[in-house]
Design a protein around this ligand. Structure first.
Ligand code: CA
Length: 689
């Protein structure tokens, strides 16, 4: 049998949904490691001491000691940050299991966590000269969160002339399932052939964003329900109002073994019939961070005369950057600029569907291996959030020989992207200095009509809350420091004037909204409110007198404080600003004063845990089961389809709250935050030690 090939390619395709690759943290806390997993062989704890005794390649300082102390806590198997699989480590999202923010469970993990794991080991290599842990971290990433051949088996069926079938997005989960629409023409994918010929494979080299490390949901490998952990899963699929509390977790590999007769597919898409399939969603900021960290490792190992020690991961990072170009493209490869109307906006050709920014995701999928008519699809992302931009990674991929991708046009594309990302941040800078949300080429996810008078950036439309609205995506201050830290490091490394100009406006605003007291007391911004919009971009910053931000709450998130400290220290090193350095050091000292047995942490109150009772929308007539037998049907709630939480050691606090008690307080040890703290100490040592 032959598939009806050229006639109906699109009919056989399936497209990505609205994958929400957020990797945010709100705020949180908890009981230490009660249910800590059991990582095995202590990875290189003694190495730290040994290396210190053995002529470290750089000078040590007090903050250097602080880094090593925090490093050893994170790597101590007794502390529960990792699970060990055959000698490789997988970091959990948090030590604590009961935590709901972007991941819906603490022993899930994300591509974000892997990128921070790399960062931790790169900093360790700079201080000790031992690069084996960094190489091990890259190997773990490749083994567990970059889908392997068995996980993405049918890419050879992909047709770049017809990347995916269009499916409109909707604002609320009630808008789903959303029908496949063959009446909307999509553009062509200009990357696929170049990548396949460069690397000799049709597989994508990029991370999926979410793993179920302990197989808590029970989907196992390829949804077969086996005990094969970690398992690829996904949650977000149903539009900008679908918060984590409204999601239905499902296997990335859909075999119809769980859910209903069509697995979980018909919760998300409407089709005449459903095929077994696999699909993955990349969070571009995490892959960009992995590239950035590989660049740092390359630089630091090179300064030790030992660049060869990291040559393998550095070459792999260049390759990851080649594929990360998918994040620069409109979701359906439609032309970028004034793209209004799903049927009227022109399909792109060549590279005119590239916005050259880091969008919220790219995604890819296909039929299972034994499909009678194999097919595969790919999509880019139409919306770019300021907090995902990484001009430092773009610099490395376009200006640093060892990181320049092998493909014919990869480095040139990243050169365009570096300029475009910096312009984007200039365009989004408010009158006060904070960076506003972002822009989209597809208003509402269906190429809708933006509000009249919307400001534009290269023909894309200003969006104060790109991609997700529950909560608004640019409300959290963490996305300010994640982005600005990279800008500050780029400035400190290259002296880029645009980066300096952005920071000259941003740093005073951030400092004016931060206080550092005594005895470990500190307050950093938590949430912000936005008003107005920027001026339409014409190539030069205008000051944006009509775009404003106000800090509406403060907190003691240790990860945010560490990211802010790093930003201030890089800025101070580049500019000589003594006040920025003093506040950066003040934050480091405040963090040191908040040490506990397994890391550095503060308490947080989780009033949002009321939403454990939130209803999860299931259409009338739909009925199915989670892998553990929890019923999925109208009236289901966040907790009813996650009954495993009732066995969690922290559940009684949540239960008491749901029964009318006080909002629970937790002291969480998020992996990314603990690493941001560790690396903040290391940055001080690097810049001023
Ligand atoms: Ca909602």
């Amino acid at each position: 049998m032959r598939p009806p090939l050229p006639a109906l390619p699109a009919r056989l395709l399936r497209t990505g949904l609205l994958p929400g690759a957020l990797a945010v943290a709100l705020t949180a806390t908890a009981l230490p490691a009660a249910a800590a997993a059991a990582p095995a062989d202590a990875p290189s704890r003694p190495a730290a001491d040994a290396a210190r005794d053995a002529e470290p390649p750089v000078a040590v300082s007090a903050y250097d000691d602080a880094f090593l102390e925090q490093y050893e806590k994170i790597k101590d198997p007794a502390n529960g940050y990792f699970r060990e699989f055959d000698g490789l480590l997988v970091p959990y999202h948090s030590v604590e299991t009961l935590i709901v923010e972007a991941p819906d469970h603490g022993h899930a993990t994300t591509s974000e966590a892997f990128s921070y794991y790399l960062w931790l080991e790169a900093a360790y290599g700079r201080i000790t000269g031992d690069w084996q842990p960094f190489n091990d971290a890259w190997a773990a990433m490749e083994a567990f969160i970059i889908p392997g051949t068995a996980d993405q088996p049918t890419n050879a069926s992909y047709n770049p002339a017809s990347p995916a079938t269009y499916i409109a997005e909707h604002d609320t989960p009630q808008g789903y399932p959303s029908p496949l629409d063959n009446g909307v023409r999509v553009g062509q994918d200009p990357l696929a052939d170049e990548l396949s010929s460069t690397y000799g494979t049709d597989e994508i080299y990029g991370m999926h964003w979410l793993l179920d490390v302990d197989n808590t949901y029970g989907y196992g490998f390829c949804g077969d329900g086996s005990d094969d952990a970690p398992a690829y899963i996904n949650t977000f699929q149903r539009g900008s109002q679908e918060s984590v509390w409204e999601t239905v977790p499902h296997p990335s590999c859909e075999t119809f073994d769980h859910g209903g007769p069509n697995g979980f597919l018909d919760l998300f898409t409407r089709d005449s019939n459903y095929s077994q399939q696999w699909r993955y969603t990349n969070a571009p900021d995490a892959d960009a961070r992995a590239v950035q960290v590989a660049y740092l490792a390359h630089t630091w190992a090179g300064e030790q005369g030992n660049a060869d020690a990291v040559a393998g991961p550095v070459a792999d990072a260049a390759r990851m950057g080649d594929y990360l170009r998918y994040a620069m493209y409109d979701k359906y490869f439609k032309r970028v600029g004034d793209c209004v109307g799903a049927t009227s906006c022109a399909p792109g050709s060549g590279k005119n569907s590239a916005h050259y920014l880091m969008s919220w995701y790219y995604a890819w999928g296909g039929a299972l291996q034994n499909a009678q008519y194999p097919w595969a699809w790919r999509i880019g992302g139409s919306s770019a959030h300021q907090g995902y931009q990484n001009p430092l990674a773009a610099y490395a991929l376009s200006e640093v020989d060892a990181l320049e991708p092998e493909s014919a046009t990869g480095a040139a594309d990243w050169a365009v992207s570096m300029d475009r990302q910096l312009e984007f941040l200039q365009w989004l800078q408010s009158a006060e200095g904070g960076i506003a949300g972002g822009a989209t080429n597809s208003w509402g996810g269906d190429y809708g009509q933006p509000p009249a008078g919307s400001a534009q950036f290269y023909g894309m439309y200003y969006d104060w809350q790109p991609v997700w609205h529950d909560p608004p995506s640019n409300q959290w201050f963490g996305f300010q420091v994640w982005g600005m830290e990279r800008v500050a490091q780029l400035y400190q490394t290259t002296g880029d004037q645009r980066a300096k100009d952005i920071l000259d406006n941003w740093v005073p605003w951030a400092m004016a909204n931060t206080t550092v007291g005594t005895g470990g007391d500190f307050q950093v911004p938590a949430d912000m409110r936005w008003s107005g919009q920027p001026d339409t971009w014409t190539g030069t910053p205008t000051g944006n007198s009509g775009l404003h931000v106000e800090v509406t709450s403060h907190g003691q998130d240790v990860g945010v404080a560490a990211g802010l400290a790093k930003t201030l220290l890089y800025y101070a090193a580049g500019s000589g600003d003594a006040d920025a350095r003093a506040m950066g050091e003040g934050l480091l000292d405040a963090l040191l004063a908040n040490r506990d047995a397994i890391g550095i942490a503060t308490e947080e109150v989780r009033a949002d845990y009321q939403r454990f009772d939130d209803e999860v929308y299931i259409p009338q007539g739909w009925s199915g089961q989670m892998a553990n037998g929890d019923q999925v049907r109208p009236g289901a709630t966040f907790s009813s389809i996650r009954s495993f939480y009732e066995d969690d050691p922290d559940w009684p606090q949540v239960e008491a709250y749901l029964n009318g008690g006080e909002a629970p307080t937790f002291t969480y040890h998020r992996f990314w935050a603990q690493v941001d703290v560790a690396t903040a100490f290391a940055v001080h040592d690097e810049l001023f030690g």
